[in-house]
Design a protein around this ligand. Structure first.
Ligand SMILES: Cc1cc2nc3c(=O)[nH]c(=O)nc-3n(C[C@H](O)[C@H](O)[C@H](O)COP(=O)(O)OP(=O)(O)OC[C@H]3O[C@@H](n4cnc5c(N)ncnc54)[C@H](O)[C@@H]3O)c2cc1C
Length: 306
């Protein structure tokens, strides 16, 4: 019910105007999205890198329905990567890409070609690309495209979602030398047939997947704000002798910035996921709709910086 209301609101230009002009929204947007332009993305990156953090940048534009939109998204990533390199912000900054924004929904080959062009631009800029993971109907296609991209661009990173029942097995597949894997809980509304439904089951799966990745040969990227999972991550790093150059923590822009700084202070590599672009409205509303529990997540983050 709540999900339907939020989704309806995400498609209404009237609600968008209302939300966009409300003072509370401006605070939320400023807190969670770096801004609308490439300049904004560079400014936020510069600030985070100056604070000792690494960055992954996401250009917002998921509702891609035409080849022109897909190609425009590819071109923005290429411009961004050129400018990051020119500003000396690579390799500290890399990019996160949603294949749906590159045309995956209507032309898988186009999405692959666009992703390849972005990987080539990332190589030239001396940095990497991570493929975000979307809902479970895209998992096989995304992992297939990842495997093809990694032939020429072995540093291309994957994202695996602990709420999916298949993920522990996917972790085993991907825990090999040179493989970069971001482990997150998962943000979409998924059916019981493919995904654990309770928070406890998802957390237990996260720990099992973390054990596989941290004991394996790849480069684990532990994406979570959950204090218990972060503590377990720190424990596994000690147990498996992973020094800070051999795994990293990741968090979203604006969420728990003081915890991000604490981890940097402890000597860990911490990468912040920075979304930017003028499609922030859809981004925030879809995040809420995909998982209404995120209402509490964003609410908590507004009230607390811890
Ligand atoms: C870098 C990054 C990349 C991501 N990429 C993807 C992706 O490609 N695909 C995808 O599906 N999902 C992605 N996600 C989203 C992810 O799947 C989750 O939906 C999101 O991170 C919330 O899960 P959580 O692990 O932080 O735990 P939650 O269960 O949301 O929160 C756990 C606990 O964290 C604590 N907490 C959270 N915020 C605060 C706060 N502000 N103050 C105090 N305590 C707090 C609370 O104790 C809370 O109970 C990504 C997340 C990150 C961080």
């Amino acid at each position: 019910m709540l999900r339907s209301v939020i989704l309806a609101a995400s498609r209404s230009s009237q609600v968008e105007r209302l939300v966009a002009t409300a003072p509370f929204t401006r605070d939320v947007v400023r807190r969670f999205v770096a801004g609308a332009t490439t300049d904004d993305a560079l400014r936020a990156t510069r600030e985070l890198v100056a604070d000792g953090q690494a960055v992954t940048l996401d250009y917002l534009g998921e509702d891609t329905t035409t080849p022109d939109q897909a190609n425009a998204t590819r071109d923005e990533y290429r411009t961004l990567l050129r400018r990051l390199a020119a500003a000396g912000l690579t390799p500290a900054a890399e990019v996160s890409v949603k294949l749906s924004a590159l045309g995956q929904m209507f032309d898988e080959q186009l999405a692959y070609d666009n992703a390849r062009a972005i990987c080539a631009a990332a190589d030239a800029a001396g940095t990497t690309v991570t493929l975000d993971m979307e809902d479970h109907t895209t998992t096989d296609s995304t992992l297939d495209i990842l495997a093809k991209l990694r032939k020429d661009h072995p540093g291309t990173g994957a994202v695996l979602q602990a709420y999916l029942r298949r993920t522990e097995s996917d972790c085993r597949e991907l825990a090999s030398a040179g493989s970069r894997v971001r482990l997150c809980k998962g943000a979409y509304k998924e059916p019981e047939s493919v995904a654990y439904q309770s928070a406890r089951e998802v957390d237990k799966s996260y720990v099992r997947c973390m054990n596989v990745l941290m004991s394996g040969d790849g480069y684990p990227m532990l994406a979570t704000h959950d204090p218990r999972l972060i503590a377990i991550g720190e424990d596994r790093a000690r147990w498996f002798d992973r020094d800070p150059g051999r795994f990293e923590f990741q968090m979203l822009y604006g969420i728990r910035p003081e915890e991000q700084q604490r981890l940097v202070g402890e000597g860990y590599t911490v990468r912040t996921y920075v979304p930017y672009g003028d499609q922030w409205y859809g981004y925030l509303m879809r995040r809420l709709a995909e998982r209404p529990a995120n209402l509490a997540f964003f609410g908590r983050a507004v009230l607390s910086k811890k």
